[in-house]
Design a protein around this ligand. Structure first.
Ligand code: NAD
Length: 257
């Protein structure tokens, strides 16, 4: 990844931040996008401390707003001249509830960020990569993009959409040297998943975490660093022929019956 230009959305925390660390360690040049400006500034600071000389373009943007997505793509091209790789990662879980009881405003927000945000990202990044005749994209789906997940209807709807759009981008843009894949993480211990355990058991989130981990074939939750290594491969030239796949990173849990 040395000198490759990589955009990461949702880069301030969790999976996005772990990928930023992994790619900085490989000397990629980063455009880091997030709507949490404070966390983004802290992320930049930590990366600069850890990896001296790392090049970072920090962009505050909400991926559910089309004009802000266009702006983060334009700013990246303005600074670096190209986009080699795109980690289309920002997303939210929403509030857990039965389908018919789901709060409509939260439902729409989840769709706006997880589905439209991922689409807008590809809408503006794909033409840049097409012109270059080269690009690598990783969209972040979820096990909820290949299976149902109790009480998370908009999340599951949005993540199935991400899996579908990944397959279409792969079909349509493979001819231009662009390989598009998705990852489907299971439970990886990030701030989002910690929040999810709080929703499941507000009085004892740690108990919910332990119970969840006990059902995984590995008896553990995932580490964001493990996800980052897989993502780094799919964002690199080392991936020469995998296109349109939705790769589970879940300790094998999605194969269980
Ligand atoms: P997280 O909440 O820990 O971090 C998400 C980051 O994205 C935050 O920095 C947040 O500010 C940013 N973000 C959210 N909405 C945004 C928006 N509209 N515009 C810009 N930035 C925004 O979450 P995470 O666990 O790191 O999740 C990252 C992605 O991985 C999400 O798409 C999530 O659905 C997916 N995912 C995570 C897991 C897991 O186990 N952690 C499992 C499956 C899928």
């Amino acid at each position: 990844m040395e000198n490759k230009i990589v955009i990461i959305t949702g880069a301030a925390l969790g999976l996005g931040y772990a990928a930023a660390e992994e790619l900085a360690s490989k000397k990629a040049k980063l455009a880091l996008v997030d709507y949490n400006e404070k966390a983004l500034a802290e992320a930049e600071e930590k990366l600069k401390e850890q990896f001296s000389g790392v090049e970072i373009l920090k962009i505050s943007a909400d991926v559910s707003k089309e004009d802000q997505v266009k702006a983060y793509v334009d700013k990246t091209v303005e600074k670096y001249g190209r986009i080699d790789a795109f980690y289309n990662n920002a997303g939210i879980e929403g509030k857990q509830a039965l389908m018919a009881d789901y709060d409509m405003n939260v439902f729409k927000t989840v769709i706006d960020i997880n589905l439209m945000g991922v689409y807008y990202g590809m809408r503006y990044v794909l033409p840049v990569m097409k012109k270059q005749g080269y690009g690598r994209i990783v969209n972040v789906a979820s096990v909820g993009g290949i299976r149902g997940v109790m009480n998370q209807s908009p999340y599951v709807a949005s993540k199935h959409a991400v899996s579908g759009m990944t397959k279409n981008a792969a079909l349509e843009y493979g001819q231009f040297g662009i390989l598009t894949n998705a990852i489907a993480p299971g439970a990886i211990l990030t701030p989002m998943v910690a929040g999810s355990f709080k929703q499941v058991n507000p009085n004892d989130p740690k108990a919910a975490e332990t119970e969840y981990a006990s059902r995984n074939p590995t008896r553990a939750l995932g580490d964001p660093k493990d996800v980052a290594k897989v993502v780094s491969f799919f964002l690199s030239e080392d991936n020469g022929y995998v296109n349109g796949q939705v790769v589970a990173i879940d300790g094998g849990e999605s194969n269980m019956y």
